[in-house]
Design a protein around this ligand. Structure first.
Ligand SMILES: [Zn+2]
Length: 410
């Protein structure tokens, strides 16, 4: 039904992977070369688009493709152009930015997360457009800084266009799963303030080391409590409360009890979790555990992203499920995103219904020897084109515009 230029989609993925857009501390103009490439392609397609810096040298590229087929809803496809570091290239068995194709796979940082997704959504929408007029319009958001503080998604969510979007397909790698839910994330920093003393006279001090150890042990109890209280989600699993930092003292000063220490905590939540209640529980638990040793605790919420969930019968999900079934001959599985995506921000800040579905394995992101199966790029582009067609046509019908009313949502 929709004819995708698979060769061009694969070439675009390769070209994007070869641009080293690593989102690292102090990196300059991270996404600029990828944004320039995508913007040039949009110009060639005649797609109206904007290039907006969300930080110096770090642009969002946002295109609006009008269907020319009458009024209808607005569907957004979303992807990001930054990648995480390749780490030590010696750990890789391939060139991390070579985008070499071997054994039917394209190898390199960002092949799965998520330059193949960006290429698939662009060529999916191109195929949709070339098949003829369609109702409504499609927005393509090629955003910056997903791997950092999600500045690109925050900027888009605050833009007037966001208020006009009726549904979002986030093209992150989820291994053929239609992810209607995503776990939430809370990053907490606990600063421990004790009193410095000689290691031979511990009674003169108040140790943040001992207090930190107690806090870490008690966090396991907070996790048990949270699992009991918020339950097990069919796809997102259970709440996890994981200490990721335990700092204090100086390896060259073994006879000194330090004054300060830090415990860092990475909390992951499931839909239905009350974040304020959970943070309050961590705070009280840490204060009691450290306070029993005379050590004070100051808790800082470094980041707070909610868990999200979209109904499986929402039109954007229904359209995607039908399209996947059409292309693959069987229905997809539903799943949850283990971490957060730009979709979390689009839902949190702009109230947009988001579903995550894109090429690449769910667990390959951020690992060494990252790859995507080359055939998936064309497959996903075809599903995106069909999903957009279904969503926009059904939306135009239910909006009561002239013509089709039989589409509906199933
Ligand atoms: Zn990603």
């Amino acid at each position: 039904m929709h004819t995708v230029d698979t060769e061009a989609a694969v070439s675009l993925t390769q070209a994007l992977v070869r641009l080293r857009t690593v989102n690292a501390e102090g990196a300059h103009a991270v996404e600029l070369p990828a944004a320039t490439l995508v913007s040039g392609l949009f110009t060639r397609f005649g797609w109206e688009h904007t290039v907006t810096e969300v930080a110096p040298g770090r642009p969002n590229v946002v295109a609006v493709v009008e269907g020319g087929g009458g009024p209808g809803p607005t569907l957004m496809f979303e992807g990001h152009t930054d990648v995480v570091t390749e780490g030590d290239p010696a750990d890789w068995s391939v060139d991390p930015f070579g985008a070499d194709i071997r054994d039917g796979r394209m190898w390199g940082r960002g092949t799965a997360d998520m330059k193949s997704g960006v290429a698939a959504m662009i060529y999916g929408v191109r195929a949709l457009q070339e098949a003829g007029p369609f109702p409504g319009r499609v927005v393509l958001g090629v955003l910056a800084d997903e791997e950092g503080m999600m500045l690109g998604a925050k900027a888009f969510a605050a833009s007037p266009l966001a208020a006009e979007v009726d549904g979002v397909i986030v093209c992150e790698p989820e291994g053929y799963e239609v992810c209607t839910s995503a776990r939430g994330g809370i990053r907490l920093r606990l600063d421990l303030q004790g009193v410095m003393a000689h290691g031979a006279m511990p009674q003169e001090g108040r140790s943040p080391i001992a207090a930190g150890a107690r806090v870490v042990a008690e966090l396991e109890r907070v996790q048990e409590w949270a699992r009991e209280r918020y339950g097990t989600h069919p796809h997102a699993g259970t709440v996890t409360v994981t200490p990721t930092v335990l700092l204090g003292g100086d390896p060259d000063q073994l006879n000194v009890i330090p004054a300060r220490g830090v415990v860092g905590v990475d909390v992951r939540t499931v839909p239905g979790t009350d974040h304020a209640e959970l943070i309050g529980r961590v705070r009280r638990t840490a204060e009691e555990a450290a306070g029993s040793l005379g050590v004070d605790v100051a808790l800082t919420v470094v980041d707070d992203r909610p868990a999200i969930e979209l109904a499986q019968d929402h039109p954007v999900v229904a359209g995607l499920v039908a399209a996947h079934t059409q292309v693959h001959g069987s229905a997809p599985a539903f799943g949850a995103v283990p971490g957060t995506t730009d979709g979390t921000i689009l839902t949190r800040d702009a109230g947009l219904p988001t579903v995550v579905y894109g090429p690449g394995g769910k667990w390959i992101a951020h690992q060494r020897d990252e790859f995507v199966e080359v055939r998936e790029i064309g497959e996903y582009a075809r599903v995106y084109a069909a999903a957009a067609h279904r969503f926009l046509t059904a939306g135009a019908g239910s909006a009561g515009s002239a013509g089709t009313t039989g589409g509906g949502t199933r």
